[in-house]
Design a protein around this ligand. Structure first.
Ligand SMILES: [Zn+2]
Ligand SMILES: [Zn+2]
Length: 349
């Protein structure tokens, strides 16, 4: 199947239109016409080569929402016209303990990412959502609950599940004290989801500049990490801190904010964090952990949760040809919302 998208041809190059082929449908495949595609900070990191060499040309995008266009002979869960979604992965071994445990993101053989990974059967490079169509095996297709606004749902597929999974894993409930470091794409979803779970949420940011935005999302307020007095006063104040900062940073300033047995979970930055001071860990049995997206079942769960609680990411709709500008704005700093590409703006001709 011929399709068109936007690809990076090297780590320095701008994103440009790119014509390529999607595979012919296998018996368990679903072909999707993509309507909206979220712009994740990982897309930028990946095309820039920040996480290692990439198989260019590369079409990023792993927050994908669209409509089923056709299905393979053995597909039972989806039919033509269904509203569906695809997130950060498109395949896994389906046989190991992690896959059986519905945590395909931790597949022992490694999950297949939505873009930049070798397909498990053909070996060709997977290409993501900045395109008109995608073909994905049925098991990795999500359902968009009826009545949900498709144009605002895409960022749930990465920003949503990435923050929902640790909130669930660490048992956030009514009255839990949750801190969210950073108020970007991930951070703003962490606030909304934790608030919906009944938690008492505080945003932790460099300054109180985004206080109005934080409160509008349901947070109590902002704790400014540069305000030493406020940071000291907030010692032991949190059961869980979700750290969404996407770049290298020192986490030692945040660990004393945790109460005994509290955890700081890193979901933003991938890579070294600098030297960890074990003092707050030992004197308080505190933990520093990480978390990667969530399994397919849990991704469906967060979509259903958002539908039920009427939670949507804050989206700024852009045209496909505005992507390079959007990447620049992402690089310049956090915005308490997500860019979403209206794929109808990409002319197939
Ligand atoms: Zn992402
Ligand atoms: Zn597996």
């Amino acid at each position: 199947m011929k399709t068109v998208g936007y690809a990076a041809h090297s780590s320095e190059a701008n994103m440009v239109p790119y014509h390529f082929e999607r595979r012919e449908l296998r018996s368990n495949d679903v072909a999707i016409e993509i309507l909206y595609s979220g712009v994740c900070h990982s897309d930028l990191h990946t095309v820039n080569g920040d996480w290692g060499p990439q198989p260019y040309p590369l079409v990023p995008g792993h927050e994908i929402v669209g409509v089923v266009q056709s299905v393979g002979a053995d597909v039972t869960q989806y039919k033509v016209g269904d509203q569906v979604a695809v997130g950060c992965m498109v395949d896994s071994c389906q046989e190991c303990d992690q896959c059986h445990n519905h945590e395909e993101q931790y597949c022992r053989e490694g999950m297949t990412g939505t873009y930049g990974f070798p397909d498990r059967i053909s070996g060709e490079t997977t290409q993501g959502g900045y395109s008109k169509h995608i073909v994905v095996r049925e098991e990795f297709v999500l359902r968009i609950p009826e009545g949900m606004d498709l144009s605002k749902s895409a960022p749930i597929l990465c920003a949503g599940i990435t923050t929902y999974s640790p909130l669930r894993t660490w048992g956030v409930k009514e009255g839990s004290r949750v801190g969210v470091i950073g108020l970007g794409g991930l951070g703003h979803m962490a606030v909304k989801l934790a608030v919906a779970m009944g938690a008492d949420v505080t945003v932790i940011s460099r300054s109180t500049k985004k206080e109005t935005e934080a409160k509008a999302l349901g947070a109590k307020g902002i704790l400014a990490s540069t305000d030493e007095e406020a940071m000291t006063a907030a010692a032991n104040a949190f059961d869980l801190i979700i750290d969404t900062v996407p770049t290298a940073h020192d986490i030692n300033a945040y660990t004393p904010l945790l109460d005994v047995d509290g955890s700081l979970v890193i979901v933003g930055q991938v890579g070294p964090t600098g030297e960890l001071n074990s003092m707050p860990m030992i004197f308080g049995r505190r933990r520093v952990a990480g978390s990667l997206i969530g399994g397919i079942a849990e991704t469906q769960e967060v979509l259903d949760f958002c539908a039920k609680h009427n939670i949507y990411p804050e989206c700024e709709m852009i045209q496909m040809d505005q992507i390079n500008e959007a990447f620049k704005r992402l690089e310049q700093g956090e915005m308490a919302h997500r860019f979403v590409i209206d794929m109808s703006s990409l002319d197939v001709a």
